[in-house]
Write a protein that binds this ligand. Sequence first.
Ligand SMILES: Cc1cc2nc3c(=O)[nH]c(=O)nc-3n(C[C@H](O)[C@H](O)[C@H](O)COP(=O)(O)OP(=O)(O)OC[C@H]3O[C@@H](n4cnc5c(N)ncnc54)[C@H](O)[C@@H]3O)c2cc1C
Length: 364
Amino acid sequence: MVSDFIVIGAGIVGLSTALRLLKEGASVTLLERHEAGREASWAGGGILSPLCPWNYPDTVNRLVTFSMSLYPEWIAALSTATEIDPEYHVCGLLVLPPYDLDKAVSWCTAHAAPLIYQPFPLSPSHDHAQQQTDQALLLPDIAQVRNPCLSQALYKRVKQLGGNIIEHCEVQKLDTTRQEIRSVRTPHKTFSANRYILSAGAWSKQILGEHALNIEIKPIRGQILLYKFPERPLHSVVLQQGLYLIPRCDGHLLVGSTIEDIGFDKGITPEAKDKLSGWAKQLLPELRGMSPLKHWSGLRPGTPDNIPVIGAHPFLKNLYINSGHFRYGVTMAPGSAEILTNEIMKRAQPFDTTPYQQGWNLFG
Ligand SMILES: Cc1cc2nc3c(=O)[nH]c(=O)nc-3n(C[C@H](O)[C@H](O)[C@H](O)COP(=O)(O)OP(=O)(O)OC[C@H]3O[C@@H](n4cnc5c(N)ncnc54)[C@H](O)[C@@H]3O)c2cc1C
């Protein structure tokens, strides 16, 4: 049987898109090269906000705000149906100095985002030689989710609703005819559907091949360290100049992350380990006698200004894309699935979504 949709790539973005279409009553097949949810969607941190939202364009923040308005209900429905808890909770984001106070305050005022001044350093045992007297800024409304659990819940829900997830099935070629996709080729079989959605993260441009036009999606590596405390060592996510600590409910602490433009290389490096652990130990002296339990990396689907590409291909009429979410694909997943579905179903959008269709950069 030919599905209504084939979704290529089963990360958080592909799974969310499949789920949204299944809820419309469509039949959906997901083709995943390896295992679902094991690439960037597993490796990421799960902070549900841009790091310092005032440093991002409105196009990013508008999609984030919309997506975050969907998150609580989306997660509640997923947890109830699957009995998997993705640990979504509002924990706040504590921004440590240095930061641009004027920019932060004016952005928060304009967006009615609460902002609370907090004492800094974090703990009384903080090294006196390192003490700074500036204040930290707490954005109390920011939430986090445990992204590997979110992927598992999405995977289970997609299957519960009849989605067909085929793993270890790499799409190698898009077969086209008369300005549309006729089928997709994998090593063992050719698959056909009425419509195709590309959500293969950092690999999306490769799959498009000659149909990529001037799209700019490239892998940007991020490395993370994982520690374990007997109890949660912090309440909020802590951010300082692009590096962050993410406390999970069970005492795990993530320290991230690097931003490395080095192609499709998922290696880990001693330099990154030293940089991340050195910074974290300055802030949390309790870490000084501890070694990380794990060190990993993932490839973000990097795009200019962190603006994803969501919508129809300009020339292949049954091909859509939902990719290029760069640093915020976990945050943007439900919102991106919603606006892509609106476009496919020819429904009104909640806001102007044309900026997400400009990633094809037709005029080079
Ligand atoms: C270190 C790090 C920290 C991060 N922190 C955060 C954060 O705090 N908050 C946040 O919102 N985001 C964060 N992100 C970003 C977020 O993880 C990504 O934006 C998001 O996971 C992208 O999801 P995706 O589904 O598009 O891509 P992926 O999760 O990479 O999924 C793409 C899928 O496509 C599959 N695929 C590739 N090629 C093919 C093919 N030819 N055929 C079939 N399948 C294929 C892959 O195997 C993969 O499963 C972070 C990322 C990293 C690496």
